[in-house]
Design a protein around this ligand. Structure first.
Ligand SMILES: Nc1ncnc2c1ncn2[C@@H]1O[C@H](COP(=O)(O)OP(=O)(O)O)[C@@H](O)[C@H]1O
Ligand SMILES: [Mg+2]
Length: 416
């Protein structure tokens, strides 16, 4: 039995075999004969079943298989095979069309990327558009190469791209202000800051009338200046702000929110597309439990907080802080950096427990390490960097924490 010939048919040899098209169409039809194990074969021209049949005979299976082989050599294809072929051609061209479109989309994406990529600045894994070039460089913070963008950077960077209002809450010295400044430094944005703890009045913030050379003139506060010029405004320690300042802010907090200067006859200040608004707070929201550590901090209500994306900033982990120390002061040994980071962590824990009245910022830690490298003396370095800044009781506790670590973790190398 010739299996090769039968392999053409999935469901046995019955069916129509066609060659040519139109007037040149020629066909063979195979059907089961009334006689057992025999096949009827018919031949004709034109459409099968409509034109005249010029051959009509009965063959056995061996004979039929020989005919199938011969027909195949002559270019006859079974109807089912033709349909398969037509389907394959159609599917093939659809696939090709889709692939062509995909290639085009990919090319467009690459080109769009190329036009953003060269100047785009990477913060974590987010590509951020740079500032317009006209920003006065004096307002653009200096880049701190040792600054470490941790995992939290991505979400905040995306919020900045999307023009969300971002509030960073956390203990003092946890890197809230410097985070925003370092993103601004890298993207080239000018930054204005307003600290709400004490000094800033509504006049400083919004603006005021004053007399200059016999004339009454309006002086914009930081908020309208930043909005008009497209600077980033950091409102530091917002939980210390006067209610009048919070009231003014509320209107501006909407995306593209405008500022109404009532004092200037209801002038409307439109936000520049580059304008961004940030706030930092010590004791707001999730940090409310620490309000007793920040005397005078106000509770920001939830409706106000809902206008912000609020991020909780913890101090850097010991590992991260050791890395920042090593990046800042490459001469420092890793083991020393780890010991210093552990001391800072212990001091912060004591502050959170209220055993210490002062906390321990990364800035203080770096300063102490720098002096340590100059003097080779832990205690002498701690004087101007730490002890002289805190109460006598705090100094005594910090000294005992340092002694503990310097003696038990790092050996004689750094002990004072
Ligand atoms: N991720 C970091 N990488 C490097 N230095 C940091 C980092 N976070 C904080 N610092 C340093 O810690 C110090 C205090 O940060 P700062 O932004 O002033 O804190 P906050 O605004 O929360 O009080 C700064 O000198 C800053 O350089
Ligand atoms: Mg700050």
């Amino acid at each position: 039995m010739n299996t090769q010939a039968l392999a053409v048919h999935d469901n046995g040899p019955e069916g129509v075999y066609l060659r040519g098209s139109g007037a040149a169409r020629e066909w063979w039809r195979v059907s089961l004969s009334e006689r057992a194990h025999m096949f009827r074969i018919e031949h004709g021209h034109g459409e099968a079943g409509s034109g005249a049949v010029d051959i009509d005979t009965v063959v056995d299976l061996d004979n039929l298989e020989a005919k199938l082989l011969k027909w195949r050599r002559e270019g006859f294809v079974s109807e089912a095979g033709r349909e398969d072929e037509a389907r394959a051609v159609a599917a093939g061209s659809r696939f090709a069309m889709e692939l062509e479109r995909a290639v085009e989309l990919q090319r467009e994406a690459r080109e769009a990327n190329r036009s953003v990529q060269p100047e785009a600045v990477r913060i974590g894994s987010v590509a951020m558009p740079p500032a317009p070039e006209r920003t006065p460089s004096a307002l653009v913070p200096r880049i701190n190469d040792a600054y470490l963008f941790t995992a939290r950077a991505d979400d905040i960077a995306l919020d900045i791209v999307e023009n969300r209002r971002v509030m960073l809450i956390g203990h003092t010295g946890s890197g809230k202000t410097s985070f925003i400044e370092q993103v601004a430094a890298r993207t080239g944005h000018g930054v204005l800051r307003a600290n709400m703890n004490g000094q800033t009045t509504i006049g400083d913030f919004v603006g005021f009338w004053t007399v200059k050379g016999g004339e009454t003139v309006w002086v914009d506060g930081v908020l309208p200046v930043a909005m008009r010029e497209g600077y980033w405004l950091i409102i530091d320690e917002l939980d210390f702000a006067e209610p009048s300042i919070l009231a003014v802010l509320t209107a501006v907090l909407e995306p593209n929110g405008r500022l109404l200067l009532k004092e200037r006859g209801n002038e409307i200040v439109e936000p520049h597309p580059s304008f961004r608004l940030f706030a930092t707070a010590n004791a707001a929201g999730a940090m409310s439990a620490y309000r007793h550590l920040y005397q005078g901090a106000n509770l920001l209500n939830e409706a106000f907080l809902d206008r912000w994306r609020v991020y909780l900033f913890d101090y850097l982990s010991k590992e991260e802080e050791a890395e920042v120390l090593l990046r800042t002061l490459p001469a420092l040994m890793p083991s020393i950096a780890q010991t210093l980071a552990a001391i800072a962590a212990d001091c912060r824990a004591a502050f959170a427990r209220e055993d210490l009245a002062s906390t321990f910022s990364t800035r203080r830690l770096i300063d102490w390490a720098e002096l340590m490298l100059r003097t080779g003396d832990v205690e002498r370095a701690a004087g101007p960097a730490i002890y002289a800044k805190v109460s006598a009781e705090d100094a005594a506790l910090i000294r005992s924490i340092i002694r503990h670590h310097a003696i038990f973790d790092a050996g004689d190398g750094v002990s004072g």
